[in-house]
Design a protein around this ligand. Structure first.
Ligand SMILES: Nc1nc2c(ncn2[C@@H]2O[C@H](COP(=O)(O)OP(=O)(O)O)[C@@H](O)[C@H]2O)c(=O)[nH]1
Ligand SMILES: [Mg+2]
Length: 221
């Protein structure tokens, strides 16, 4: 019983900070996503392609979450956009407090999109709000079609599911019909976008989705 109380207190405290982050980002007319998925799903690869394609269209900032190392931030830095690495030092997800500190290191007046790549983990990240406008997840074909029912939380909370590594479909025993049925049974409104980040295939729909979201904010500003 005591344990349950502690967990709910932690989540409540996190929600307060997440609201602060969201208010700050909204004040600056920045649209933001919490980008989640297993280690190796292809989140950073998707992000690299996205930044390469859209850096002249959108003003993108990136927060990279990782347990240790700055490897992902180094990959994004090459595209000459602002990026901050957070190390959770053992923690399996980002929280709003970490993001609040990272936001202090950006010039938010220069941005209209903030992408937060969460720690690679299919379970914990979706329970912790960071202040984002939308949760997006990447999953790769190689993870197996049974994952939505086994790890439903992230699928339930995401607006978009980037189903990555479609180039490997012929090599995998992946039941696409069962997968889609399971995903929609958990979250009927989710948008599944099938991509191969490495081959830069299928990403146009994702780019258009992002651009439309950012433009919506700018129109209302
Ligand atoms: N075959 C294939 N490999 C990919 C694709 N996207 C990413 N990868 C590879 O998957 C591995 C993990 O990618 P990464 O972007 O680091 O995943 P993250 O841990 O989710 O950020 C790397 O070796 C990538 O080159 C893809 O579309 N197809
Ligand atoms: Mg990564």
């Amino acid at each position: 019983m005591a344990k349950i109380k502690v967990v709910s207190d932690v989540l409540q405290a996190n929600d307060v900070l997440a609201d602060c982050n969201q208010r700050l980002l909204r004040e600056k007319n920045i649209w933001s996503i919490n980008f989640m998925g297993s280690p190796g799903a292809g989140k950073t690869t998707v992000l690299e392609k996205t930044v390469k394609e859209l850096r002249n269209t959108l003003d993108i900032g990136v927060i990279e979450g990782d347990i240790y190392t700055a490897k992902d931030a180094e990959r994004i830095e090459k595209y000459d956009i602002p990026v901050i690495q957070i190390n959770t030092d053992g923690g399996c997800h980002l929280d709003a407090n970490m993001v609040q500190k990272a936001l202090e290191d950006f010039d938010l007046n220069l941005l209209n999109l903030m992408v937060i790549e969460n720690v690679g983990n299919l379970v914990c990240p979706s329970d912790f709000a960071l202040g984002e406008e939308a949760k997006v997840m990447a999953m790769s074909i190689t993870e197996g079609a049974d994952k939505p029912l086994k790890y439903p939380s992230m699928f339930r909370n995401s607006e978009v599911l980037l189903l990555n590594k479609m180039d490997l479909l012929p090599a995998c025993d992946f039941d696409m019909d069962a997968f889609e049925e399971d995903v929609y049974s958990i979250n009927p409104g989710i948008e599944i976008i099938k991509v191969s980040a490495i081959k830069e295939e299928g990403l146009e729909e994702w780019y258009q989705w992002l651009i439309a979201k950012v433009e919506e904010v700018q129109e209302c500003a």
